[in-house]
Design a protein around this ligand. Structure first.
Ligand code: CA
Length: 230
């Protein structure tokens, strides 16, 4: 059963982006633009995780976080705070009111998604796919192992993360910039050609003999993993 995520965010455009991306990952998304709506939705629907904006009209994210923590229904639900404030004191304050994690705006979407998955894994391990599969390729997140058929595929940490990322986005053309953002992180100082080098290493590890290459290079655009029609 898909996990339900309550997004509490008053900025309509950001809420829409979050909804789109979370739904693309298979989550059920509820959205509230105010604290009052959020409390009603949380009570009625019992979400598995709450993404909570710090700056909300009337009831603040901090206050809302306190309320969620004080109620039976939402006491144990993981809360991820979104905020424009990067001050250490605010971070500590957010966490001390009961938030489980904290992401500073503007954030990278892959990073946010990774944090959400990590929180869900901790709270309800059965709700997040531990094993990603495509054809005869299997990536086991719990064991941190990759197999192709019966063969163990040995990958360096970057190739592993790269494979995990492309397997999370099958059939989508991913630009080098997207891959950098998703695998190395937004602030990493890495040249786009580095992506090509690591894709090369990943292919070399994944493809033996006459095995099909699951990664296709899209000239001028990037890479796409796991197209079924090949
Ligand atoms: Ca806001």
């Amino acid at each position: 059963m898909a996990a339900t995520i309550l997004v509490v965010e008053d900025e309509a455009s950001l809420a829409e982006i979050l909804r789109y991306n979370l739904e693309a990952e298979g989550f059920v998304v509820l959205h509230a633009a105010t604290g009052e709506d959020a409390e009603v939705l949380a009570e009625e629907r019992g979400p598995d995780l709450i993404v909570l904006d710090w700056m909300l009209p009337s009831v603040s994210g901090i206050e809302l976080c306190r309320r969620f923590r004080s109620r039976q229904q939402t006491r144990a639900v993981p809360i991820l705070m979104l905020t424009a404030r990067g001050e250490e004191a605010d971070r500590v304050r957010g966490l001390s009111t009961g938030a489980d994690d904290y992401v500073v705006k503007p954030f990278s979407l892959p990073e946010l998604m990774a944090r959400i998955r990590a929180l869900l894994r901790r709270a309800s391990p059965d709700r997040v796919a531990e094993v990603l599969r495509f054809a005869d390729i299997e990536l086991d997140r719990a064991a941190h192992k990759v197999k192709r058929g019966h063969r163990d595929v040995r990958l360096g940490p970057t190739e592993y993360r790269l494979l995990e990322y492309v397997m999370e986005n099958p059939g989508r053309v991913l630009s080098r910039a997207q891959l950098l953002d998703g695998v190395w992180g937004r602030d990493a100082f890495v040249d786009e050609r580095t992506v090509d080098v690591h894709i090369g290493r990943l292919r070399k590890a994944l493809v033996r003999g006459r095995e099909a290459d699951p990664i296709r290079t899209v000239r001028g655009a990037g890479y796409v993993f796991g197209e079924r029609s090949r």
